[in-house]
Design a protein. Sequence first.
Length: 425
Amino acid sequence: MKIAVEGCMHGDLDTVYKTLQHLEKFNNTKIDLLLCCGDFQAVRNSDDLKSLNVLPKYRTMNSFWKYYSGAEVAPYPTIFIGGNHEASNYLWELYYGGWVAPNIYFLGAAGVVRFGNVRIAGLSGIYNARHYNLGHFERPPYDQSTIRSVYHVREYDVHKLNQVQEPIDIFLSHDWPVGITDYGDSNELLRRKTYFRQEVEEKRLGSKPAAQLLEKLKPHYWFSAHLHCKFPALVQHGEGGPLTKFLALDKCLPGRDFLQIVEIESEEGPFEIHYDEEWLAITRRFNSIFPLTTKGADFRCVNLGMEDCRQMVRSRLQERGFKPFDFVRKAPCYDPSQSNYHGSSAVHSRNPQTESLLQLLELPYLLDSNPESKGLSPYPSPSIQRGPVGYDSEDIPIDDVDDDDDDDDKELPKVDDVETETLNS
């Protein structure tokens, strides 16, 4: 199985897909799957643009709307996680994961799926210590505070991933696991990205929860993005223990290392995205403490025994099949022929995929609950906001350019420059 891995998409699906098609033709090969490590930007209409935390000059439709509308169809099964530049209102509808467009699947705030016999897990968002222990209190439409906090990783989702016992082949995160620079050529990294030095030296560059998951899950491969540079590393878990091949990739721009092809031993295709039984059992077990206010989850209330949930999920999946519920186009889509087009004015829309999955698992729909109705303030005090003091790896600008780069004079990577690496799994 050949899997293409891409760093930050920033809504430029057309370029990534065309690059892969050219690569296939040039090398007479077939790519089976595309993975994206965040900042995907599944923007359907102008309402989605309003939930995108970027400077106004970057609030552009880009190309995802074509795939949502059906004008284009993704030529490869595509799986992605969220980053810190996302249409957060749309991804909240699919908190548990689902199709954002035909053949394009979002893993959810956290999730595990199977593609053939390859098990793929991921964690959306980026780490911010001040929001980590809070619940998912944000609701669209977002204000200037919640549009930033909505994509911050929460302990609840990390805790669920920590319950995974069966082996993970590939893990996706947007920001890097903290400390990962110790396992690669950090000198070369700091030569190219000098402003990382203080955070690297103080062990602050990256995500503490991601580092915990790396140690717990020990996946064969871990892919990240966010910091807009390529960085490989090799982590050995204990003396003689298993290895994790880590690779961070750049954003989709001319002359950047935003793409890598990985070859994995697998069963014969055709390959499809399937629900993961263990993950759905974990989802069912922990949904009763889903934190929907500023108050975090109380994990003491959960019986960690999984067998009854596994049996229920197994029975349901055997009845209906393991394929995710079908994509449903519900929100209005951008129409380039209407210059003043405005999308739906709805504050929140229940996604039929999410409703169907929760019905399958016999769980209530909670995503549109109002935190204020519980008598709690939905917003933390302004003091928790992370101020723009000095360099902050959370705020990697979309248009950052290395000093030695002149992107205007470069083309996209030549197909013979895209590396292929073999992973024995």
